[in-house]
Design a protein around this ligand. Structure first.
Ligand code: SAH
Length: 517
């Protein structure tokens, strides 16, 4: 199909693996793309940046196993652009550094297709940085070269000037050199590089699987064979490698290399994810709860909003309750000014925050969230004998309305939202469990536990078995009890039942030596 719209191809660099190392422009391109054509990527998180309607096409390339030939890839992106589509050609690292971006853009130019290059952070620079190796340094290196280790082995004469490289450049960075490493070392030694030059090989750089092996040039072949190095890996050679000893910041983070599954609802997970990532963990977001509109649509809430003036108190027990209530208020053609004269109660700090974000100060914020304390506070604030609107989740505990009624209040409990188990795919996480890649699963409420188990299928014992080596962490005793009932062994529960305490508990669990106390 051809359209009048002019298509365009963006050759976008995805960076070396850490999802934070994609450029803002690259992310923006992904967001607006009609089609995303991608290689094997160290991190599939990038694909989440693509819009819902985008067509995602995997064209492979890992090791020697190519899903599509280079010509097929070039004609695919050309044709999609000629159909009028906005195409993102997503490549690892930088598209113009050993990325065939040169060939693909030549092809586009030949076909008269508009294109742009969005540079990425190349692994040649980022991976040494994550291993604590500065490529240049006033005292150690004033030149650096990026070299392919993947030269066509059938070539009679090498296009790499080994003699010049060996003695003319301070820091050498080899890409695609795992297989040819012994040959690289031999050539450099034969061309006069000092046998004592320090060398580092960094596998899976910038990811939780980063591993660095060091040796002297003369020992390379022996040491690296023993270490069983696997691609993708970067080889760095030069005096700067010795600086790593003191500068190895990434691999020394408290949760470096730990893969932690977060089961919280997406709406609530971001703070937790951020604090774990800041400690160096790699988080797998696996929401087991989804917040959706109530079953019987909005009628009940809309009716209550229609007679909002008749309520003396509006009482909220969650930020979601506030969010949905305000959304409906607006949809009903009203706004916060119509709440004038109502008193607002917010139970829990996040609930209070949802109001103060709007510049509204709740009249009542009980300092404790235990049912008894809340009830006592309500009594003190004069909820007694008034008309109260309580917009909250469809299924919630009944203590609060019961107690309010006992105080002589007239209470309308209105469903404002509902939580449910999402039906997203469990395959990716299931595979990670099977391969023993997950270190920890975190549960932050009983329903995260029950939904998690349900989502994994009929036999909870199977799940507990495949998770035998995985540490289970729970936020508090009720959650832990549910987890134990489902057959999990709970190894971690903080003494205070907050996300902050759980995060701190996780750090202490994996890295007790980094304790803040
Ligand atoms: N265009 C890419 C390079 C593609 S060639 C870039 O700019 O980074 C593929 C080679 O890149 C691999 O063989 C390896 O040498 C290197 N590489 C890519 N990602 C890497 C990573 N996360 N860790 C180590 N090496 C990596």
């Amino acid at each position: 199909m051809t359209t009048n719209k002019r298509g365009k191809v963006y050759l976008v660099g995805a960076g070396p693996g850490d999802p934070g190392l994609m450029t803002l422009k690259g992310k923006e391109c992904l967001h607006s793309a009609d089609v995303v054509v991608y290689d094997y990527l160290a991190n599939s998180a990038f694909l989440d940046y693509a819009g819902d309607g985008a067509e995602l096409i995997y064209v492979g390339k890992k090791g020697g196993c190519h899903t599509k030939t280079q010509e097929e890839i070039s004609s695919l992106i050309t044709n999609k652009a000629l159909e009028g589509k906005m195409v993102v050609r997503l490549k690892g690292g930088d598209p113009f550094v050993f990325g065939r971006g040169g060939e693909e853009s030549q092809e586009l130019a030949r076909a008269g297709v508009d294109f742009e290059v969005v540079p990425g952070v190349t692994s040649a620079i980022a991976v040494p940085a994550y291993a604590g190796i500065p490529l240049t340094h006033r005292d150690h290196a004033s030149s650096v070269a990026f070299i392919t280790g993947h030269e066509d082995p059938t070539k009679e004469t090498s296009s790499i000037a080994w003699d010049k490289l060996a003695t003319g450049v301070d820091t050498l960075v080899f890409l695609m050199g795992v297989k040819t490493l012994p040959m690289i070392a031999e050539n450099l030694l034969a061309s006069g590089r000092s046998p004592d030059t320090p060398v580092a090989v960094i596998e899976n750089g910038t990811t939780p699987g980063q591993r660095t092996t060091e040796a002297r040039l003369k020992d390379i072949a022996r040491v690296f064979e023993k270490a069983d190095i696997k691609p993708p890996a970067i080889i760095v050679l030069g005096d700067v490698v010795s600086l790593r000893d003191k500068l190895n910041w990434f691999e020394s983070m408290p949760l470096f290399g730990k893969k932690i599954v977060v089961t919280r609802a997406t709406e609530q997970a971001s703070g937790f994810l951020k604090s774990l990532s800041r400690l160096g963990a790699s988080c797998i977001e696996f929401p087991t709860i989804e917040v959706v509109p109530p079953d019987d649509d909005w009628r009940a809430l809309d009716r209550a909003i229609g007679i909002i003036e008749t309520y003396e108190w509006l009482l909220f027990t969650s930020a979601n309750g506030v969010r949905y209530f305000l959304e409906r208020l607006y949809m009903c053609g009203r706004d916060v000014r119509d709440l004038q004269g109502r008193r607002i109660g917010a139970i829990g700090p996040k609930t209070a925050q949802a109001w103060s974000d709007l510049g509204i100060r709740p009249d009542l914020v009980p300092s404790e969230y235990r049912a008894e304390a809340v009830v006592a506070a309500l009594e003190q604030y004069g909820v007694k004998g008034t008309k109260v609107l309580l917009p909250r989740a469809t299924v919630a505990r009944d203590i609060l309305p019961e107690e309010l009624r006992k105080m002589g209040a007239s209470v309308d409990v209105i469903p404002a939202y509902r939580t449910r188990k999402p039906d997203h795919d469990t395959e990716r996480v299931r595979g990670m469990f099977a391969r023993g890649e997950i270190d920890m699963v975190t549960f932050t409420s009983s329903s995260t536990v029950t939904n998690f188990v349900d989502m994994f299928g009929p036999d909870p014992k199977d799940l507990a078995k495949s998770m035998a080596e995985v540490t289970v962490a729970c936020i508090g005793p009720i959650t832990a009890k549910t987890a134990e009932e489902k057959g999990f062994h709970v190894s971690l529960m903080p003494s205070e039942y907050t996300i902050e305490a759980l995060t701190e508990g996780i750090r202490e669990y994996f890295a007790p030596e980094t304790s803040l106390e």
